[in-house]
Write a protein that binds this ligand. Structure first.
Ligand code: HSE
Length: 328
């Protein structure tokens, strides 16, 4: 399998590190020996049809048309440019181009999904390609496969949880006596926060994830502006202490609920009792409770942000494609 990476930030590096450290195990367990034939960054491109040597410092050079070259030379396109939730940004163009050419696409970029999930899913189907996006929600914790595949037959009625690591980390630090500003700065150094953390603290990132859950799992057709959204910037130390004194905790809760023939989504700071499983989710962790018709509630908890965790989600998707091609 030849893999092209478009975008090479925290997640791309996390993925490449995993490919290197897990190389022997992947080959032994799955006969899987992928080559990375292209890595495109804003600083230039590294292209090698025999596989870029990932054990050395990667050399990036200017290229007149790196995206087309990368797509042409690869079987799987890993799209990791920054999220642009209003227009889909360059990531949406890359996904369209790759799927139209019949190439499988794996992404952790929320932009293409929140703007054009239906179109991209149809494009993938029409061109016999796979479109996978495990890393868009809950990073490396398998929320998408759980909701889309494992629980599909159970009838998911609603999904509720903590889907932004940065804000959960800030709220946890504030509860332990830290300041908002220090906690945000630490979240940035830990690689949780978006390049512009406004997207995290104002609830836009969580809203994008709610849209992805609504549109991929519940047949919705929402956009980010359809989400009833409020961030955590209005939460004060006093509010946190007050909740604590009453056996409660503030969490930024995202919720997606089916109603009638539609789906509604919200993101807002919510006081929850300590008996709620979501109250136990601290630091940069994420969790989602799926409410199903057949088996009631199922709660999933795990790492939701950071290059390594999300890089793992990319590896999971790539390995799934490899396995499906082996059995095809
Ligand atoms: N900024 C996001 C978060 C990264 O804090 O959860 C993962 O999407």
């Amino acid at each position: 399998m030849k893999i092209a990476l478009i975008g090479f930030g925290n997640v791309g590096r996390g993925f490449v590190d995993l490919l290197t450290t897990r190389r022997e195990a992947l080959a032994a367990d799955d006969g899987f020996a992928p080559q990375v034939t292209a890595i495109i960054t804003t600083r230039g491109a590294a292209l090698d049809s025999e596989g870029v040597d990932l054990s050395r410092d990667i050399v990036f050079a200017p290229h007149p048309n790196p995206v087309d070259a990368a797509i042409a030379g690869a079987d799987v396109i890993v799209e990791l440019t920054p999220t642009e939730a209003q227009t889909g940004g360059a990531g949406l163009q890359h996904c369209r181009k790759a799927l139209s050419a019949g190439k499988h696409v794996v992404t952790a970029n929320k932009g293409p999904l929140v703007v054009a999930y239906r179109e991209l899913a149809a494009l993938a189907k029409a061109n016999g390609a796979q479109f996978r996006f495990e890393g868009t929600v809950m990073g490396g914790t398998p929320a998408m496969v759980l909701g889309l595949e494992t629980l599909a037959a159970a009838g998911v009625r609603s999904v509720r949880g903590i889907v932004n690591g940065t804000t959960n980390f800030i709220l946890s630090q504030m509860e332990a006596g830290g300041s908002y500003a220090d906690a945000l700065a630490t979240a940035q150094t830990m690689g949780y926060a978006e390049a512009d953390p406004t997207g995290d603290v104002e609830g836009w990132d969580a809203a994008a994830k709610a849209v992805i859950l609504a549109n991929t799992m519940m047949g919705g057709d929402l956009r980010v502006n359809d989400v009833d959204r409020e961030g955590i910037t209005g939460i004060t130390a006093e509010m946190i202490d007050e909740a604590k004194a009453e056996g409660q905790r503030w969490k930024l809760i995202a919720q997606v609920i089916r109603h009638g023939h539609g789906v509604a989504a919200s993101v807002r700071p919510t006081r929850i009792p300590l008996t709620d499983p979501l109250a136990l989710v601290g630091g940069g962790m994420n969790a989602l409770t799926f409410t199903t018709e057949a088996i009631g509630e199922v709660t999933l908890m795990g790492a939701g942000a950071g290059g390594k965790a999300t890089g793992f989600a990319i590896l999971t998707d790539v390995l799934k494609i490899h396995r499906s091609l082996q059995t095809a």
